[in-house]
Design a protein around this ligand. Structure first.
Ligand code: NAP
Length: 252
């Protein structure tokens, strides 16, 4: 039996991140591995407690860390603490993200900065923090959660789209920098997924969106988590620098 992989997931308490923590931690991921998981969250302590109870697989250890992913210092300290608890780190999932949507005419500088910091700077912070241990052990799997709008643009989301296009560029550069160290870096680009982030849409908007999606429905967090699990598994050992859309065919 192979030893458990050790994973860090940012934004792990809700939505897509929560499904990823469960995918990596609760089951044998992709029929092959279990992972011990450290998840990072920003504010919701109750969500963290519930998640820890939900992942009740005795074969895995789950740790929650409250930290602001936009802070370089907090990321460094949290990763060091997580590595101590997990005994190392093999997998990093950069998932934490926010939206502050508005047309550019009405967008404030703060809305722009907050989104870039939460969605893009956080990816730099956590990737930098795991780099040395991953390089030293000559193994790493990094998956960044981007968005299809980072590929095609979206009106009213210029801050969010810029951050996600940045994540895609960062992913490809890291894939090139780290390939020789046996560290793969990929991005998953979800379409519209049913989480708190998209709950802001009313039923009519959701219906119209579903009509634009060839598979005829919004995605579930688990739809994204399965692809993330695959990218962390040995089956994806030869995949790096890719952006995999999980969008029901919306952007084909
Ligand atoms: P969500 O339900 O709003 O959950 C966001 C998670 O990120 C929460 O766990 C939150 O923690 C955490 N978080 C936010 N800011 C943080 C910070 N500064 N530091 C640490 N943690 C922070 O979002 P989601 O819909 O699951 O989205 C997850 C990722 O997928 C995001 O990167 C998002 O851009 C991307 N995405 C989502 C969709 C979609 O349709 N839902 C589509 C494309 C891409 P707290 O609860 O503690 O604040």
């Amino acid at each position: 039996m192979l030893p458990n992989k050790r994973a860090i997931v940012t934004g792990g308490t809700r939505g897509i991140g929560r499904a990823i923590v469960k995918e990596l931690g609760a089951k044998s991921c992709c029929g092959v591995l279990f992972s011990d998981v450290a998840f990072i969250y920003n504010s919701c302590d109750e969500c963290a407690d519930e998640l820890q109870k939900e992942v009740d697989n005795p074969a895995t250890k789950i740790f929650g860390f409250k930290a602001d992913a936009t802070s370089y210092q907090q990321a460094e300290a949290t990763v060091n603490e997580a590595i101590e608890k997990l005994g190392g780190v093999d997998i990093l999932i950069n998932n934490a993200g926010i939206t502050r949507d508005n047309l550019l005419l009405r967008m404030t500088e703060k809305d722009f900065d907050d989104v870039i910091n939460a969605n893009l700077k956080s990816v730099f912070n956590y990737t930098k923090a795991v780099l040395k241990p991953m390089i030293k052990q000559k193994f790493g799997r990094i998956v960044n959660i981007a968005s299809v709008v980072g590929l095609i643009g979206n009106s009213g989301q210029s801050n969010y789209v810029a951050s996600k296009a940045g994540v895609i560029g960062f992913t490809k550069s890291m894939a090139r920098e780290l390939a020789s160290r046996n560290i793969t870096v990929n991005a998953v680009a979800p379409g519209f997924i049913q989480t708190d982030m998209t709950d802001k849409l009313n039923e009519d908007q959701k219906k119209k969106l579903a009509e634009m999606i060839p598979l005829g429905r919004l995605g579930k967090p688990e739809d994204v988590a399965k692809v993330v699990g695959f990218l962390c598994s040995p089956e994806a050992n030869y995949v790096t620098g890719q952006v995999i859309a999980v969008d029901g065919g919306m952007t084909m």
